[in-house]
Design a protein around this ligand. Structure first.
Ligand SMILES: Cc1ncc(COP(=O)(O)O)c(C=O)c1O
Length: 370
């Protein structure tokens, strides 16, 4: 008897949708026979924290052993990094910021539930939430200055809302959420909503009213700060990230933590990187200095752009973004069209080394005048 004939074995919400499509990788570029500056993925063009590299070298001979079963030592290092204002148990570590976001989303999203986001935004909030069968309510940013529609976001919340995503500095816009706005949201949401504040570019923010999730977590609010070692620490290839929140929420999410989730080299590199203040200082100084030079050059060239709090700049060239991307590539510069992030007509450019930025500016001059 064929009883399964009419039974759909597939989860209806796991239907083929556009999955995350990253930019070209180093291997794609190596196959080309010309020098290319990769300014398309907001990586650190100075390289990797030297302390992290040393830690990897020191432990490379131990790969026959399992790593720590859980991230206890990294949690302790993070607590120290946050000047003991948060306890080790408040940290959730994982193999990348994206994976930590997925842990959070798996913990709180599901069929019948929803999350509030504001596009243009990092794609995974929506993608991962939908993969759990949840609905995503988009309350877009102001298209001109990328301010949040705070009243709209608060109004969009209903009894089935569990997560509200904020990103500061925001990818791809480079905008940030001033403390007064953050206060309005965090203190304005009902108790059944958790505010997820993605701050993976926090080291680059220099606005005087920039604020971290830490303020609210310390007050015991339903807030989760999300972070990554991919950006300022230059560890994108190793995949490391973490979140911090109240003990109650951390304990809940950590039920989803799998044993040995972070590999040995990752754990050791992350612990070492946290103490590498010198590398972070060098990285941040480079980005702050270079962004001023780039603004000036963009003003001269006449390409539209938005000031940034991140290590990247959003531009709106007069050309079609894909044509702009291709022409820039032909000049040896990789950039990222971000129409799929909800920013049609726009292209994101990472701030690189002085040499890379000069090459990028030169390429833009050629491309926009061709
Ligand atoms: C806003 C934002 N959040 C999170 C991430 C995730 O970083 P990763 O998964 O490399 O740790 C990124 C990466 O580009 C990002 O831009």
């Amino acid at each position: 008897m064929d009883q399964t004939k009419d039974i759909n074995i597939f989860k209806p919400y796991l239907k083929a949708k556009v999955s995350y499509k990253g930019g070209k990788t180093l291997n794609d570029i190596k196959a080309l026979d010309k020098p290319i500056y990769k300014l398309s993925s907001n990586e650190n063009l100075l390289g990797t924290s030297p302390k992290a590299i040393q830690a990897i070298i020191d432990h490379i001979g131990n790969l026959n052993s399992y790593p720590d079963r859980s991230a206890t030592r990294l949690q302790a290092a993070l607590s120290k990094f946050y000047e003991n204002e948060l306890k080790p148990e408040q940290f959730i570590c994982g193999p990348s910021g994206s994976e930590v976001l997925d842990l959070i989303i798996r913990g709180f999203m599901g069929e019948g539930l929803n999350a509030v986001i504001s596009n243009p935004a990092f794609l995974v909030y929506q993608m991962f939430s939908e993969k759990q069968g949840a609905e995503v309510i988009d309350v877009p940013l102001d298209p001109d200055n990328f301010d949040l529609n705070i009243d709209g976001m608060l109004d969009a919340i209903n009894e089935n809302t569990r997560l509200l995503f904020l990103t500061s500095p925001n990818n791809p816009t480079g905008s940030y959420i001033p403390e007064a706005d953050m206060d309005r949201i965090v203190y304005g949401v009902p108790d059944h909503v958790i505010v997820v504040i993605d701050e993976v570019y926090f080291q680059f923010a220099d606005a005087s009213d920039y604020c971290l999730a830490k303020k609210y977590v310390k007050e015991g609010k339903n807030v989760i700060g999300v972070n990554s070692f991919s950006k300022a620490y230059g560890l994108a290839g190793l995949r490391l990230g973490y979140a911090y929140t109240t003990e109650k929420i951390a304990q809940y999410i950590l039920q989803l933590y799998k044993p040995f989730l972070i590999n040995m080299l990752g754990l050791e590199a992350a612990i070492a990187a946290l103490s590498d203040t010198e590398f972070i200082k060098e990285t941040v100084t480079l980005v702050q200095t270079e962004k001023m030079k780039i603004y000036k050059a963009f003003d001269e060239v006449g390409i539209h752009y938005w000031k940034t709090q991140g290590n990247f700049i959003l531009t709106r060239p007069k050309l079609d973004p894909q044509v702009f991307e291709e022409r820039m590539f032909n000049e040896g510069i990789m950039v990222r069209p971000v129409g799929n992030f909800g920013a049609p007509g726009c292209v994101r450019i990472t701030i690189g080394t002085e040499e890379a930025n000069e090459a990028m500016i030169e390429a833009i001059r050629k491309v926009v005048n061709s």
